[in-house]
Design a protein around this ligand. Structure first.
Ligand code: SIN
Length: 490
């Protein structure tokens, strides 16, 4: 797949700092590869601490004037940015499929999904209401007003190269914050193109700064942001291990944090469920992005009465999925992101089989297609001692666990340090209410597998992190409350 865009200038390989596209201070670069083939598609700036510092300096200089703009002026710029994302959707989707591997249909969907956060926060920008507190003492008036938190460091993963960064930058800019951003090592091109379009939309120089970096250099660059007391907030989507590191290292300057971390989502199918709806929901939730999402079901608990039927129906659907590169218009599952990812998936399946799992479909690498392909897999006889039960597989693998009682299903579902998403299917409305309340998760899909929306609060509990993205709550993560007490009024 050649990197052929309608607008070639959207392929940016340098950093955006203070409105200028610049090489890393070290002039180092690193290769970005196509996971479908392993071929190099671009060489991008390999930034380090000096670049991170330059980005913070630019964000600092731009901060005062950006926060003083009227919210509706910021909203107008966000609306133009949204329009440009939509207009350049095909190019953005191509870039994304090239560097991330997802089928074009999914990439197009992700551009629309990411852009929807920009449109949403353009609207929310004008709604950062405070409060006039009912009078408590004569001659005194108290009010709470919302202010931008300050410079935001946005650090994002490779699984959604556009949506994850858009849903951090959009509320930050709407709130009046300036941003320093670093996308994942594997997928910098989409984020850099997004930043280029932000500039075209009128985001002023220094308000949005974007660096690319290899994994090793990226750690050094981010360390500079963590130590810098001018950076007041870190927003991160990625692994729990990295989230904990960021929380520890931000403690020195007590930054505000939003951490959207790992998940290990349970998906429960009760005997009384609409099985067709449950299969459709599972297919949507589990196999979106090849199973490389934090919210995808990782443990599928099916009640004994419908277990065999469900397993059979699911295996038939999964076995029919078309695995191919993004160039194939019929592709439903693309390659996994890299060798490390595919090795983990293979290790999880091998471990499960060695402990008694019975594979109904898949269960192998598809080396004939390329280095990073894995066959969509369903297996039964999953048990608690398997790696798939306690770790996020992050791939197209559906392990089925059999259960008898509701109580048991809820206990198993909650038996995880993570709590991002959870799903369940039932037609009993009393059970629906009971189980929705008892599941320990930030996001619950009740008879629904497609839960993500710019209008909904997205985020976890337990070791899946804290903070919410999207919805009216998403803006608060970028705001701080100032209390003004005015006296001697009488
Ligand atoms: C994620 O996998 O972290 C995000 C998924 C989503 O936004 O739906």
């Amino acid at each position: 797949m050649a990197l052929k865009l309608k607008r070639e200038e959207l392929v940016r390989t340098r950093n955006l700092i203070g409105g200028e596209w610049s090489e890393a201070v070290s002039r180092a670069r690193y290769p970005v590869t196509n996971p479908a083939t392993g071929e190099i598609i671009a060489e991008v700036a390999n930034s380090g601490p000096a670049d991170a510092r330059a980005a913070t300096n630019a964000a600092y200089q731009a901060a005062e004037s950006w926060r003083n703009r009227l919210p509706r002026e910021r909203a107008a710029i966000l609306r133009r940015w949204h329009a440009l994302l939509v207009e350049n959707s095909e190019d953005l989707a191509t870039l994304m499929s090239m560097e991330q591997g997802k089928p074009m249909a999914e990439s197009r969907g992700e551009v629309a999904y990411g852009a929807s956060y920009v449109a949403w926060f353009a609207e929310e920008a004008t709604r950062t209401y405070g409060d006039l507190i009912p009078q408590q003492q004569r001659g005194k008036q108290m009010r709470a007003m919302k202010e931008p938190v300050g410079i935001v460091a946005a650090i994002t993963p490779w699984n959604f190269p556009l949506a994850m960064i858009a849903r951090k930058i959009a509320p930050a800019l709407a709130a009046g914050c300036t941003v320093v951003g670093k996308p994942a090592e594997d997928t910098p091109l989409t984020a850099l193109a997004l930043a280029a379009l932000a500039g075209e939309a009128g985001v002023p120089a220094g308000v949005l700064n974007m660096l690319s970096a290899s994994r090793e250099q990226g750690i050094e660059a981010v360390a500079d942001w963590l130590a810098d007391d001018r950076v007041r907030k870190v927003t991160f989507t990625g692994s729990t291990a990295v989230g904990k590191y960021l929380a520890r290292e931000s403690a020195g300057t007590l930054k505000k944090l939003s951490l959207e971390l790992g998940g290990n989502a349970p998906f429960i199918v009760f005997d009384d469920a609409d099985l067709d709806a449950a299969i459709a929901g599972l297919m949507a939730a589990k196999f979106r992005n090849g199973g490389q999402t934090c919210v995808c079901p990782n443990r599928i608990y099916v009640q004994a009465g419908v277990f065999d039927r469900f397993a059979e129906l699911l295996a038939a659907r999964v076995g029919a999925l078309k695995v191919a590169s993004a160039t194939d218009p019929e592709a439903q599952i693309g390659p996994m992101i890299n060798a490390k990812a595919i090795d983990k998936i293979a290790r999880h399946v091998e471990d499960a089989v060695s402990k008694g799992a019975i594979v109904l479909t898949g269960g192998k690498r598809l080396t004939e297609l390329g280095p990073n392909y894995y066959a969509p897999t369903v297996f039964t006889h999953a048990s608690n001692d398997m790696l798939v039960t306690c770790e996020e597989t992050f791939g197209p693998v559906a392990p089925l666990y059999r259960f008898d009682q509701e109580e048991e299903a809820v206990r198993l579902a909650n038996d995880s340090p993570f709590g991002l998403a959870a799903y369940f299917y039932t037609r009993d409305m009393r059970r629906a209410e009971r189980v929705a309340r008892r599941l320990e998760a930030g996001v619950v899909g009740l008879n629904e597998g497609a839960v993500s929306s710019e209008a909904a609060p997205f985020g976890g509990v337990k070791e899946s992190g804290y903070g919410r993205e999207g919805s009216k709550y998403g803006l608060d993560d970028y705001l701080t409350i100032k209390y003004v007490c005015q006296g001697n009024l009488d």
